[in-house]
Write a protein that binds this ligand. Structure first.
Ligand code: ADP
Ligand code: MG
Length: 233
């Protein structure tokens, strides 16, 4: 528990800092992009390779800044009662084109007993997108992603996202969610940090079950009585 508390404190500090910096960097970035566009034709003529590097690195900065800005969203303002399965369904639909491109099939099983859930639907969608994207990326030859929702006896709802990828070595599981921890060439290592943060704000938990060579399951648990918890605070 202490470990978890420490993690969420750190996340809060990092979150505020990161969002502040991202905000400051966005304006000069916009200026840079504008000028590079103006220079496009002459750079391309002289140094086509340089232009490609510049634009792809700029795009990378953009995605880092966007993930950081998510952290700045004021909390507890847009919480609302939502059909949880609908949120998952919309997320899976959103990613279906990408899944087809990567030869990935979704298998879904949604528990129809889940009542309305008090949450920030767009933030939760970001979490599910991050986790499902990781699942797609860890199966370069394609495979199956199983998404389930379940109302548990302990008053929590659980979503599980299971892949058939490489799995995660035990000693690496601890590192997931640390800022910039990535094993990918084009990764930002921010997706899970943002996800942990959002689930923390919903007073939920993320658990990871992984077997090397077999695959990984992310379990996300959310309390059903969050509204009364937040009202009390
Ligand atoms: P990124 O995807 O940009 O690398 P994330 O924060 O989303 O950043 O993920 C961090 C790291 O966690 C990944 O680089 C990968 O090593 C590991 N990881 C996340 N999800 C999975 C998964 N389903 N299977 C295997 N490794 C994973
Ligand atoms: Mg990711």
């Amino acid at each position: 528990i202490e470990e978890q508390l420490r993690k969420s404190d750190t996340l809060n500090v990092i979150g505020e800092l990161a969002a502040g910096i991202a905000h400051e960097i966005r304006n000069p970035m916009t200026a840079l992009k504008g000028f590079i566009q103006l220079l496009e034709s002459c750079i391309i003529k002289e140094h086509p390779m340089y232009y490609q590097v510049i634009t792809s690195e700029l795009a990378r900065m953009d995605s880092i800044i966007n993930e950081f800005l998510i952290l700045a969203k004021p909390h507890a303002t847009k919480f609302q009662e939502k059909d949880f399965n609908q949120i998952i369904r919309e997320t899976v639909d959103l990613l279906s084109a990408q899944a087809v491109l990567h030869n990935v099939q979704f298998v879904t099983d949604y528990d129809s007993e889940i009542p309305l859930v008090f949450c920030e639907p767009n933030q939760l969608k970001k979490v599910f997108i991050n986790v499902i994207k990781n699942a797609i990326e860890v199966m370069p030859l394609g495979g199956k992603i199983t998404v389930t929702t379940k109302k548990q006896d302990n008053g929590q709802i659980q979503i599980s996202i299971q892949d058939e990828g490489s799995g995660i070595p035990k000693e690496m599981i601890k590192k997931l969610g640390e800022p910039f921890y990535t094993t990918k060439d084009q990764g930002t290592g921010l997706g899970l940090m943002v996800s942990y943060r959002i689930i923390n704000e919903h007073q939920g938990k993320i658990r990871i079950d992984s077997e090397e060579g077999k695959g990984t399951t992310f379990y996300i648990e959310l309390p059903l009585d969050l509204k009364s918890k937040i009202d009390r605070d």
